[in-house]
Design a protein around this ligand. Structure first.
Ligand code: ATP
Length: 349
């Protein structure tokens, strides 16, 4: 493992409880891992603990098999072999791209190494440019080059794209991922943007209140959320109580719903289902009938709030409808439930 955290706890003030609470996490070599969660969940603290800017009061942190922090050992940030890329890039305004990239380094090969690193990030022709002459995206690539040139064991990114406007952010995300993959680098990103996490990560770690709610590939996190929090924080979800039936069906007030991921629940057990809005397909012969209460047009889809069932079994759900369909408030539709985006959750940790 590139990085291993074991039962790490960090408390800033005892009145507020731990910012990071007994966190154990393995970060594989050559992968992009993203810490994702709402403001205050402990993402930045976790990154700062890995970097050595904070000291855990409990637990241990190892990088490339070497213990960096535990109750006996402490390795300072500059000796950990990590690179960091910050939100504001932190370039020296009075140094050109070449000198920013090679800052603090010496050696006969430095010029060649700076050139090849700037080539890698696509700035091979910008050596003499000053930071103020560069776009936000180019400045970020200089910051990345400055981290990469040191051959770090891991590069840590704290909300690196949040200062860029939407179009550039999406382009930079892809460019940075491509550069990291070409360099076979190990990277840890912090973000509160679930779309960003889904787009760039090999592994996503969803955090809440200083603890891990779930970790897995983007597909696992989106398709098979394990807690109500993950289901609602990463994308939209409809949460529905039910009882485990047979053959992968869950019995609910809306009738039997086919479910792809049952977490090994036994027949008869009470469960909560997470049903993504994409699981409902308009179908004139579908088993569910509902009336549209509200629609939100997003361009990619129509997000429709639909009331299903009658009387005491009535419930409102979010459904994604193809954007070309002509639907509005009051339209009555029939749906089939596809099992792909239906999962039993194990409760809220
Ligand atoms: P954000 O996305 O807002 O940066 P985060 O998930 O990165 O949030 P942290 O910055 O790690 O969360 O903060 C976790 C908790 O620790 C919060 O309650 C925060 O107020 C508290 N905290 C963070 N840094 C300090 C500090 N230096 N002193 C005291 N409390 C702190």
């Amino acid at each position: 493992m590139a990085i291993s955290l074991q039962h790490v706890t960090k408390t800033y003030s005892s009145a507020n409880g731990p910012a990071v609470d007994g966190l154990s996490l393995d970060i594989p070599q050559g992968h992009i891992t993203t810490l994702l969660g709402p403001s205050g969940c402990g993402k930045t603290t976790t990154l700062r603990l890995i970097a050595g800017f904070e000291r855990p009061e409990q637990g241990s942190i190892a990088i490339a098999g070497r213990t960096m922090a535990d109750n006996q050992r402490w390795v300072p940030p500059e000796k950990r072999g990590i690179g960091m890329v910050f939100q504001d890039y932190a370039l020296f305004p009075h140094l050109n791209v070449e000198r920013n990239t090679g800052f603090g380094l010496k050696g006969p090969d430095l010029k060649k190494k700076v050139q090849s690193t700037l080539d890698l990030v696509g700035l091979g022709n910008y050596l003499k440019a000053m930071p103020h002459e560069l776009s936000g995206g180019q400045q970020q690539r200089v910051a990345l080059a400055r981290a990469l040139i040191r051959d770090p064991l891991v590069i840590l990114f704290d909300e690196p794209f949040s200062n860029l406007d939407t179009d550039l952010r999406e382009q930079m995300r892809q460019e940075v991922v491509d550069i990291l993959q070409r360099a076979h680098a190990t990277a840890v990103f912090v973000t509160h943007d679930q779309r960003e996490a889904l787009a760039i990560s090999d592994q996503i770690v969803v955090m809440k209140d200083g603890r891990i709610q779930q970790q897995g590939s983007p597909r696992e996190i989106y398709q098979y959320p394990e807690t109500a929090f993950v289901a609602s924080f990463v994308g939209q979800s409809n949460l529905l109580p039910g009882t485990m039936g047979t053959d992968g069906y869950v019995m609910t007030a809306l009738g039997p719903i086919p479910c792809h991921h049952t977490h090994g629940r036994e027949t008869g057990e009470p469960v909560t289902l997470s049903i993504r809005p994409d699981s409902f397909e308009m179908d004139p012969d579908g088993e569910l009938e509902g009336t549209i209460l509200r629609t939100v047009y997003t361009g990619e889809a129509i997000d429709a709030l639909v009331t299903l069932g009658q009387g005491s079994t009535a419930c409102n759900i979010w459904v994604h409808i193809h954007p070309e369909e002509q639907v509005r408030t009051g339209t009555v539709l029939r749906f089939t439930v596809l099992p792909h985006f239906v999962a039993v959750i194990r409760g809220d940790a």
